[in-house]
Design a protein around this ligand. Structure first.
Ligand code: SF4
Length: 165
């Protein structure tokens, strides 16, 4: 079985092409931030405790690749093993998200009642479609996957897609 990078379509095997795709993922996050929907994440990190809540956000391939790249920008080489059923990006020592600025769409629109509850799907459907379109170009057509599983799969392609910003 090849790595995730080997599974990229030829047009996306260059670092520049992947970088452009991940910039589009970031543009989707930025557009979400501009939406006039009142949300106030105060970093309680409750939604980062997957086992406790019984819920794990799903991510696209582009989002998983961006998360891995953001993690590497912190100087870490590998996605940390999840502890206590929490998100692997939740640092056990500090209790903070390691990639907060690049956290996935699901972390921004999720169910946290303290932050204002879930977004209505109709309010963000166009952005979901944009993330899916990016994935199509990245050669992934199977839809979003649970975050922890997606990180494990996509980390296999880190040599080509996980370095640089
Ligand atoms: S990526 Fe960050 S905000 Fe999202 S669940 Fe993981 S630790 Fe929490």
């Amino acid at each position: 079985m090849g790595t995730a990078a080997n599974n990229l379509p030829p047009a996306y095997r260059s670092a520049d092409a992947v970088r452009a795709a991940l910039a589009e993922v970031r543009a989707v996050y930025a557009e979400l931030d501009r939406r006039p929907v009142m949300r106030a994440c105060v970093r309680l990190t409750e939604c980062c405790q997957f086992k406790r809540t019984g819920r794990t956000p799903s991510v696209t391939r582009g989002e998983a690749l961006l998360a891995i790249r953001a993690l590497k920008a912190t100087g870490r080489k590998e996605v940390p093993p999840p502890t206590d059923g929490n998100c692997p990006m939740l640092e056990a020592r500090t209790g903070k998200c390691l990639i907060y600025a690049d956290r996935p769409f699901g972390c921004r629109t999720y169910f946290c009642e303290a932050a204002g509850g879930s977004y209505e799907r109709r309010d963000v459907l166009d952005l979901i479609r944009r993330l899916e379109e990016i994935d199509q170009r990245l050669g992934h057509r199977d839809g979003p996957r649970p975050f922890t599983a997606a990180l494990a799969v996509e980390q296999g392609g880190r040599g080509q897609v996980g370095s640089g910003r």
